[in-house]
Write a protein that binds this ligand. Structure first.
Ligand code: ADP
Length: 500
């Protein structure tokens, strides 16, 4: 097993990786931007180093500085988490050229899957069904018109370098195409520095179903079944579950085998996800994410396989000791992404100080969070505060458990999307598993506050406790170091006894 790892990330995922490292006996080295100096991931790691000011471009995205630091502090490996540098092929290459281990697939694999048109070509060659459409970027509007006429409206324009739902435009009819093509290209240049755009058929009512894969450096690849991620807003996932409420065992096997074929076609190593759109029993390759996903915990809870541990083991050169037949699904798991966004105010980001935090517990509940009481929630980073994940013997138990855990979760001081999650858990179509990626369009009521929604007794108690603490509060605010910088420290235990 590798002996040490630098975690090139922040927030809940950096904490998740630090936890995994500790369990594996790996020395963990956190990095942080100035405002993150007392963030949970910093306190959880064995060592932590400041790498710059708040702006990501001057801190978490400084690949060269991170590699330099890793060498100076004797880290053997770098774990990129998700986002930031996780899918930058040039970063993965630079890590390996510096003689360090990149916890993830090879730079060539990342590059092949990072370009949507190249990925589509590679998948088509491997016999993986792709959404009908082009496999090359469009030259001009005239070509877009010809291609769209052939595929049939509506079509979806997509940035070849796209990610995070950016650079996409649905085009319903020919008259809209030229304008949409120009807009998508412009958006792609702004977001990715590459204006290449292609088009594919826009499916009317698909589900987003993705398959977790795990490969080693010895040519073994298995799949860990699916996650259903259809509840999305603007092509961004909000709720995920495993297994999908609709797949039959035969469909699961077929999609799983296809995902393994996709991974093998790019010599996949480590944990990755093959995303599909599923409609009327057919499924089409969407993209492959060459990293750990936000929603990986639901897979961990139903398969019993710790994905971060296996990322470390594979990066250390270990062969997978289990085959496809050893992997089963136990019960049902659901994840709600808890973001600092106001669901009843157009999901506008909210900022502030977390004045009170109550984390749910009890049977079958897991919280992967990145916030602490008195911590600041700003606008510099992703609004994901944490993920509430439940596991139960079946889907209806998992829903009841999530409802209970959402009631227990109290975050005071910043708006969160928790009330939205409560609404979805109570909504009959969700409860019956009738989901498509257009769920929110079809259920605008879940974006309205419920008449009964006051948060219940727990919220009242939280407010009373907060009030009481305000009155007696003498303690300095978290993050207040009297102006002294905290360049690096070694923490002696989990999570609060920090020796500086
Ligand atoms: P990104 O890389 O930006 O996340 P994806 O290709 O993964 O983009 O698509 C993100 C989401 O957009 C999907 O989960 C789905 O909701 C929607 N989407 C993408 N392609 C299509 C399509 N051809 N038809 C309908 N919806 C689509």
């Amino acid at each position: 097993m590798i002996g040490s790892v630098l975690i090139a990330n922040r927030g809940e995922i950096a904490l998740r990786i630090a936890r995994g490292a500790r369990e594996c006996g790996i020395r963990s080295i956190a990095v942080y931007s100035e405002p993150d100096r007392l963030a949970p991931h910093v306190l959880a790691a064995d060592e932590a180093y400041c790498i710059g000011p708040a702006a990501s471009a001057e801190s978490y995205l400084r690949g060269d500085a991170l590699i330099d630091l890793a060498r100076r502090v004797g880290a053997e490996a770098i774990h990129p988490g998700y986002g930031f540098l996780a899918e930058r092929a040039d970063f993965a290459r630079a890590v390996e050229e510096a003689g360090l281990i990149f916890v993830g697939p090879s730079a060539d694999t990342i590059a092949a899957m990072g370009d949507k048109t190249e990925a589509r070509r590679r998948m088509q060659d491997a016999g993986v069904p792709i959404v009908p459409g082009l496999t090359e970027a469009l030259e001009d509007t005239a070509e877009a018109e010809r291609a769209a006429a052939e595929i049939g409206f509506p079509v979806l324009l997509k940035a070849s370098a796209g990610g995070g739902g950016k650079g996409m435009r649905v085009v319903e009819e020919p008259a809209e195409l030229a304008r949409a093509f120009e807009a998508a290209s412009r958006e792609a240049v702004a977001a990715f520095g590459d204006g290449s755009v292609y088009l594919e058929r826009y499916l009317s009512k698909p589900r987003h179903i993705e398959i977790q894969v795990l490969g080693d450096a010895h040519g073994n690849v298995v799949h860990l079944a699916e996650r259903e991620c259809s509840i999305q807003r603007r092509h961004q996932k909000l709720i995920e579950e495993a297994p999908s409420p609709v797949l039959t065992p035969e469909e699961r096997a077929a999609m799983g085998e296809t995902a393994v074929r996709a991974a093998e076609a790019v010599d996949y190593r480590g944990a990755g996800t093959v995303e599909f759109l599923y409609q009327d029993g057919e499924f089409f390759f969407l993209e492959m994410n060459t990293r750990l996903q936000v929603e990986h915990p639901v897979t961990e809870l139903v398969t019993g396989i710790d994905l971060v541990e296996w990322q470390f083991r594979v990066a250390s050169g270990e062969a997978l000791p289990f085959g496809q037949d050893d992997i089963g699904i136990d019960g049902h798991s659901i994840e709600c992404r808890v973001t600092s966004e106001d669901p009843f105010g157009g999901f506008l980001p909210s900022t502030g100080t977390v004045r009170y935090l109550e984390i749910p517990s009890g049977p079958g509940v897991r919280w992967d969070g990145g916030i602490v009481t008195n911590g600041e929630v700003g606008l510099h980073y992703d609004p994901l505060l944490g993920k509430l994940i439940v596991h139960g013997p079946d889907r209806s138990t998992a829903i009841a458990r999530m409802r209970r855990a959402l009631d227990e979760l109290q975050i005071v001081g910043v708006e969160t999307c928790v009330p939205f999650h409560r609404r979805v858990m109570d909504e009959p179509d969700f409860q019956e598993g009738r989901l498509t990626i257009r769920y929110l369009e079809q259920h605008p009521d879940v974006l309205e506050p419920a008449a009964s929604d006051g948060g219940g007794l727990a919220a009242a108690v939280a407010a009373a406790l907060l009030e009481e603490r305000h009155r007696s509060e003498r303690a300095p605010r978290l993050g207040d170091t009297g102006g002294r910088p905290l360049p690096a420290w070694r923490s002696t235990g989990w999570p609060w006894n920090v020796a500086r």
